[in-house]
Design a binder for this molecule. Sequence first.
Ligand code: ZN
Ligand code: ZN
Length: 381
Amino acid sequence: MLLLPPCAAAQEKVLIGVYHGRKITRLTLSSHESGQATVRRALLKGKVSLTAAGGRLRCADRKSLDGLKEIKVSAYGSGIWLSGPGLPRRLHRGDLAISARGDRIRVTATVPPEIYLQSVVSYEARDLGSPEAFKAQAVAARTYALTKVRNHVREGFNLCDTQHCQFYAGFADINPAAARAVMQTAGEIITHGGKPVSAFYHSACGGFTDGISAVWPYPDAPYLRTVQDGPAARPYCSEAPGFRWKKRLAFADLERALRRGGWLKNGEKISSVSVRGHGRSGRPLKLAVRAGGRTVEVPTSDFYHAVGRTLGWTAMPGNLFELHSGKDHIILDGKGAGHGVGMCQWGAEGMARKGFNYREILEHYYPGARIEKIREAGKKK
Ligand SMILES: [Zn+2]
Ligand SMILES: [Zn+2]
């Protein structure tokens, strides 16, 4: 029995929604100096700009493309550059489908999963240095992608290129260590009870990782529970830059974040914020926000996400902190960065530097899980 969901089982290619969530009004394709691209079997030279109107592509540069609903571009070698107003310039490889949706353009890329992973791991593990940490990241990213291949099926692709499904920025910046780690672990995934795990990971746990249900409204998983990340005095992730942090958040900014998150009503002014209870990992469970004559209890993860979305992800790097409430602000005294669930990336790096291999690293962060080749998984046990 194959373990993979039907569309991934035979999946030698993965379909990516490119520039997902952005409005593409104009898309420029330009060939890379050591790449080659073909459009409708003709070699693409120089630049071609596309717009869309009324469900048709418009192209002044090349009359043969003007008026089509969709074009397929195949990019070989180093690939092809994509850019456009408000779009980051990205180098893509493989097959691209560019289509008109009303007055917008939609782009999907078809790439082999292992090639996709080289790009994902290059970005997601850009701060790491040790080969074993890269390998742990590669296996976690592969597992994560595998469990998410149905995320966007209704939209006509498997995975988007944003943080939602793991960040995929093409091939301009491939880290050779990341590429090597993907190849050395080819096809390996993390399983529990014969199924791929939800391989969450984050930057630095601050000493203890957290259970999934403490952070998101998802059911608990045995392999996503609080893990002590090395010695209490010197956690594995303690070498993460900014491991200890202190942030001041003005009530006025918090009001904005909490209003946007639907926790506060217009005009409600915060007078104090305090912690209500702690979880096993030491993270505050809830924050009691006193505002407009009432007290609103906000789960810490909701608070963290509301602040991140409104004030930026550096305003409050993580969710493990002590809180001091002042007159018109709070001070957060925290450790680590990110949501704290699953593998701690800086901890993986710390473990690798201490001589642990990637399997030991993954078994530490996903307790009870095992590492298997995709096609063997499910047969064992
Ligand atoms: Zn997505
Ligand atoms: Zn850690």
